[in-house]
Design a protein around this ligand. Sequence first.
Ligand code: PLP
Length: 398
Amino acid sequence: MKNIYLDNAATTRVAPEVLNVMIPYFIKIYGNPSEYHKMGMDSRKAIEEARGKIAGFLGTKAETIIFTSCATESINLSHKGLIEAMGNKFPRKVRPHIITSSVEHKAVLETCHSLERKGKASITYLPVDRFGRVEVESVEQAVSRDTVLISIMYVNNEVGTIQPINEIGQLVQRLNQNRKNPVYYHTDATQALGFLDCNVDNLGVDLLSFTGHKINAPKGIGVLYIREGVEIKRQIDGGNQEKRLRAGTENTPYIVGLAKAVELVNIRKNNKVRKLTSFRNILIKELLKIPGVKLTGDPEKRVPHIVSVIVNGVEGEGAVLYLSELGIYASSGSACTSTDLAASHVLTAMGYSESESHGSIRFSMCDKTKKQDINYLVSEFPKVVEKLRKMNPIYNEK
Ligand code: PLP
């Protein structure tokens, strides 16, 4: 059977180069990096080298990089940590204000909901246009005296739309010139890291989160960049690791692996972008030939690796199962939401109806994706659509 993995926005394979650099830190140099013996110090040295490489990639200093277990943890640390650090600077009845978008990953949305439920912050969830883009003007209009944080994702994981991150960064810089208390700016760069410029100064961000498992490092390692001078209160109590911002023994092999994955992104990015942009365009063109198929997300401002469509008369989950039998692995939306059958909050925020949202299918490629894989998909997909439509009495009645 074929084995065509087109779900790289959910997670990626670990690159052999990454695995190779990790192995010695499991079996040879496994000392606790907080210890002063040679094995501990070798482990510490590897962590600090990795931190330096990742900082270099983001155009920042090593001290601004905090290792966590995943993007979700980085985002929790950023948002909850900032609000807690701010808390006592606000008069008792005033809550710090966060601006975010309605199409963020649950890692951001649920963190904001939690702060809201506990009465620690008030949140504005900005609407998006039909393509899933936040308007810079709507960010500006939402800013109030109490705003402390703007958190807008770089790339949407369900539809691949790129947000105007630089423009919002410029807005924040302009606003901060006339404010007593600065507004901080966070981006969830999880889906952008492998493809777009992530230099924190170019973007104008104060906080940036990402995870290793979307760029060929293992699951279980993430990063939070914190600009110098931004105060964050730690969310895990314990030892003094990670500048006292994230207690717990550092995961040396995963940290070393992440640095290697970032290095590979740097080396391979240009070729990958070129190749996947061409595949993406072919795939979109072919899929749109099927009657009743609509592209979701921005037609132009989108990452090269994600193609997402809505297919009328088809349940996304059904299509995923049929494709899986053919050896093609896709997703009916975000991996984290596809286990519950609620309509995608991203698509409904973009103005699609609940029933349209249920027909959503996402294909996401990687540098190993081959032209033949795309050809096979476009030859098989119309048959899957036809089969599923035949089984749908409502569609046939229409
Ligand atoms: N943010 C975005 C945009 C994502 O796509 C994901 C993963 O699907 C996450 C955050 C969460 O990443 P992690 O699973 O590493 O916490």
